[in-house]
Design a protein around this ligand. Sequence first.
Ligand SMILES: [Cu+2]
Length: 174
Amino acid sequence: MDLYNSSFASFLFLARLLPQSTAEVRGDRELAEGEGEEQGMAEAHLTLLLLAASMSCLVTASQAHQKIHIVGGSYGWKIPPNTTFYEEWANKQSFFVGDKLVFLYTTGLQNVIEASEEEEFTYCKQTNVEDVQFVGPTILQLTKAGVHYFYCSVGLHCEGGQKLRVNVTHEAAA
Ligand SMILES: [Cu+2]
C-alpha cells in the first residue's frame, strides 16, 4: 500500500514534471534557435557593417579627389517648388574640378542640357544646345573650372526654375 502510494505519487510527480521538462527542453530549444537567429542576425549586421565600412572608405577615398553632388538633394531633378530652389541648393555647395553632378530623374520626364552661354540659361532659350542627356540618372563630371549652366528643356520646366548654375573652382592645395 505504502509502496503503491509512493510509486503512484512518484508517477504523479514524474507526470507533472515531464511535460514541464519537455516544455523546458522545447523552451531551451526555442531559445537556442532564437540565439541562432540572433547569431545569424548579428552576422548579417556584421556583414552590413563591413560593407558600409568599405563603402565609406570608398566614399572617403573619392572625396579626397572628387565629390558627388546629388543635384537638389533628395528632391532630385524636376520642376522645383520655387524658382530659386536649385540656386539655393547650389549656394550651399562647393564645386571643384573633378566633382560629379548626379541628376536624379525619371527618363522621359526630364532631361539635362548644358547651356554654353548665360543668355541661353537665363532665358531658357535652346539656342546653342551641344548635348542633351535624357536618360536618368545623368551623371556629369565637372572637368573645367568656371561657371556651368544646366537646365531641363522639357515643357516650361526651365522657366519654372529647373535650372542649375554651378561655379566650379580648382580645389585649393591643402
Ligand atoms: Cu524638367
